[in-house]
Design a binder for this molecule. Structure first.
Ligand code: CP
Ligand code: NVA
Length: 304
């Protein structure tokens, strides 16, 4: 297997690396005591330009469970890149820490941290991607459905960072992905081109549509917020565009989807009804739990 140097985007990984990360996450989850000292003495700087609940807590507690130590940095030093360059920031952190976990506005910031420093950088969400989320989500699908490369996953809503990482993960492992967005809210064109190129090699399939009929026969339907962090548009302002894309019990029944997924934070009665979010088909809490196991697998691979 090719060694992993960073986790900036799933575009950089291949099927073997992704399936290994998922299998290793399942092993850590099944016997965390076996990994209690796996990252003993390792320190990770966690740098957050945006708010977080799941990512911050799951990285910190997850690293602690493997014997490591996390240092949280928010914006107390002002905007990243203002007091000193991102490159210098990364180079200095590399003097003390063994890894950087960063949630940033721009994907290019992660690249600057990686090139400026000499330690692994893990993308904890950017404008373009959320790879740790997609790994946790496919771990949840693997637990429910077995071989993740046989899964048919649909995403409905705003084409965003979470969508892009789900698309790339599905493509890399040769799975099928359906993306349904309202006109004007589609996914990034370059990510579509990247996924098509990967699918040509792996046998994966990507369908992009604005029609809900494209959802018929999928295994799971995934939703995310209609407005991502960094976008100040009020949810109610775009409600009219998105309301027919709400995931509700009727849509779940009509499509035959077995599971509902959401990265959270969820906006109840906007992108999904509480009935579906809290219902028996919902995987939201296994997804949240799996953030920790998937990230522990990533940290183990990068820092051991
Ligand atoms: N899903 C997710 O990344 O949640 P947070 O924004 O709370 O970290
Ligand atoms: N697309 C969302 C995901 C939050 C975890 C955002 O970027 O705000």
């Amino acid at each position: 297997m090719k060694p992993l140097n960073h986790l900036l985007t799933l575009k950089d990984l291949d099927k073997e690396q992704i399936l290994h990360l998922l299998d290793q996450a399942a092993k850590i989850k099944a016997a965390p005591q076996d990994y209690a000292n796996a990252l003993r003495g390792k320190s990770v700087v966690m740098l957050f330009e945006k708010p977080s609940l799941r990512t911050r807590v799951s990285f910190d507690i997850g690293l602690n469970k493997m014997g490591g130590h996390a240092v949280y940095l928010d914006q107390q030093n002002g905007e990243l890149g203002a007091r000193e360059t991102v490159k210098d920031f990364g180079a200095n952190i590399s003097c003390w820490a063994d890894g950087i976990v960063a949630r940033v506005f721009k994907q290019s910031t992660l690249e600057q941290l990686a090139t400026g420093g000499s330690i692994p950088v893990i993308n904890a969400l950017s404008d373009l991607y959320h790879p740790c989320q997609a790994l946790a989500d496919f771990l949840a699908l693997q637990e429910k459905l077995g071989d993740p490369s046989k899964v048919k996953l649909a995403y409905v809503g705003d084409g965003n960072n979470v969508t892009h990482s789900l698309m790339l993960l599905a493509a890399q492992i040769g799975a099928e992905m359906v993306v349904v967005c309202p006109p004007g809210y589609n996914v990034d064109g370059q990510v579509v081109v990247d996924c098509q190129a990967i699918n040509a090699r792996t046998g994966g399939k990507l369908t992009i549509s604005s029609e809900l009929s494209a959802l018929n026969g999928v295994d799971a339907i995934y939703a995310d917020t209609w407005v991502s962090m960094g976008d100040s548009t009020p949810l109610d302002q775009i409600k009219a565009v998105f309301s027919s894309y709400q995931i509700n019990a009727e849509l779940m029944a009509n499509t035959g989807a077995k599971f509902f997924m959401h990265c959270q934070p969820a906006h109840r009665e906007y992108e999904v009804t509480s009935e579906v979010l809290d219902g028996e088909q919902s995987l939201i809490l296994p997804q949240a739990e799996n953030r920790m196991w998937a990230q522990n697998s990533v940290m183990l691979e990068l820092l051991k």
